[in-house]
Design a protein around this ligand. Structure first.
Ligand code: GLV
Ligand code: MN
Ligand code: MN
Ligand code: MN
Length: 427
């Protein structure tokens, strides 16, 4: 009964794929490292330029643009029943060091193009449609992932933490935000949204895994997002001269870190499940001189699982290993901080169904799958029914310059997104 009415038919959902590809290429030029790599860090000059680029595209598409105090950007197309909670879609455009140009970007530029598609088709939304560009999905600068969406979902803990958070250069969060034009970032409780603010949230993203490409399937409909956690820790020893201090006299903080990194791998493998993963992505030694015994080491550990209990057991074991290593090597475990320990999120059945029927109507093959990467959707699920649409990417590569998605796959994702948005807007 409530089927979207387009002037012609679904075949009129025509994506301007060349233009979209051009925008993806243009956006990738706002980078602090040379192409094909992309590095775009929160509130940097390049991030500010990229934000301007997005706001401009939203305006060209006739969306009314709004920003909150942390820099989440919202572009709204009013429906004919604008008092109803809107349907929202979006992703992020920040990029970790030396990554690629599709992660997040496809879900922001693709969302704006999905709106263009619907407008060109003559569709009139009942619920308003809103495109969201989230601030800092990546944890690069302040060590906290999904900053914008965590705040939208009402994390008071994070709003408090950000009052005393600084980056590696000792720039406070609010100073960094001010540099980018966000002057009221001292108290971010203004960003919180009430549960029910949106009737649905759906994010388009590259799979970041190999399955869709391997199976030649056009679309992934995400049913759940794995549970991520991250830890920051420091060992401290006495350091000293690399020639003069004899081996029995040492308490080497670098070797403690090396041992801990291997312990992380061991504990992850002990889970016995292929779904448990752990990564030591940051390992820094102080003072970092060839002829000086490391007096301090700093590690940052990322661990995830689709099973939260199993993931928590890994965290517990990592902590116990850190304590044991510190005792055996006579180094101090001066910090062991669990930065985040998030539960997994389930997609909402109604959104899964809407995305599935969109695929069927567009004659696109699809499969249901889980997301092993985290996304802003993980947090939007706390305040709204949530769903995600995946498209294939080359060999599943992501978080490296070789990341690639073909223009026609992106265009398919945009068509599915557009039709899903249309359906959800009429409910
Ligand atoms: C987000 O980029 C993630 O690490 O899953
Ligand atoms: Mn990413
Ligand atoms: Mn992403
Ligand atoms: Mn991600």
């Amino acid at each position: 009964v409530h089927e979207p009415h387009f002037q012609d038919s679904f075949s009129s959902l025509s994506v301007d794929a060349d233009n979209l590809q051009k925008q993806i290429d243009e956006l990738s030029s706002f980078s602090d490292t040379p192409a094909p790599s992309v590095t775009r860090v929160l509130y940097s000059e390049k991030d500010v330029l990229a934000r301007r680029y997005i706001k401009n595209l939203m305006a060209i598409s006739g969306l009314s643009v709004r920003e909150d105090d942390v820099g989440n950007i919202f572009g709204r197309w009013d429906g004919y029943e604008p008092e109803l909670p809107p349907v929202s879609t979006g992703s992020h455009i920040d990029a970790i060091p030396y990554s690629g140009k599709y992660d997040g970007v496809v879900g922001v530029l693709g969302a704006i193009e999905a709106i263009n598609v619907l407008k060109r088709s003559g569709f009139k939304p009942k619920r308003s449609l809103e495109v969201i560009m989230f601030t800092s999905e990546e944890p690069t600068r302040f060590g906290i992932s999904c900053l914008g969406s965590r705040l939208l979902a009402g994390s008071e803990e994070l709003a408090e933490l950000l009052k005393r958070t600084a980056d590696g250069q000792n720039t406070s969060f609010s100073d960094a935000a001010r540099f980018a034009g966000y002057k009221n970032a001292e108290d971010l409780s203004s960003v919180f949204l009430r549960k029910g603010s949106y009737s649905a949230f759906i994010e388009l993203h590259i799979e970041q895994g190999p399955i869709l490409e391997e199976e030649a399937t056009s679309i992934g409909v995400v049913t759940a997002i794995a549970a991520p956690a991250s830890i920051k820790m420091d060992f401290e020893g006495n350091g000293g001269h690399a020639g003069a201090v004899l081996m029995p006299m040492r308490n080497d903080a670098g070797l403690a870190a090396a041992e801990l990194a291997l312990a992380v791998e061991k504990h992850v493998l002990e889970s016995g499940s292929i779904d448990t993963v752990g990564t030591v992505g940051i390992l820094e030694l102080h003072p970092g001189a060839i002829n000086s015994i490391p007096s301090k080491s700093h590690l940052e550990i990322d661990t995830r699982d689709i099973n939260e209990t199993r993931r928590n057991i890994v965290i517990e074991k990592i902590h116990n290993s850190a304590l044991a290593i510190s005792k055996n090597r006579k180094v101090k475990l001066s910090e062991f901080k669990i930065v985040n320990q998030d539960p997994p999120a389930l997609s909402d059945d109604s959104i899964i169904k809407a995305a599935e029927s969109a695929c069927q109507e567009l004659n696109l093959s699809y499969k249901k799958m889980i997301s092993r990467a985290y996304h802003d959707s993980l947090f939007m699920a706390r305040i709204s029914p949530m769903g995600m649409i995946f498209i294939p990417c080359y060999k599943g590569y992501s978080h490296k310059p070789e990341e690639f998605a073909a223009t026609h796959d992106i265009a398919n994702g945009v068509r599915v997104l557009a039709l899903t948005l249309a359906k959800l807007s009429l409910t």
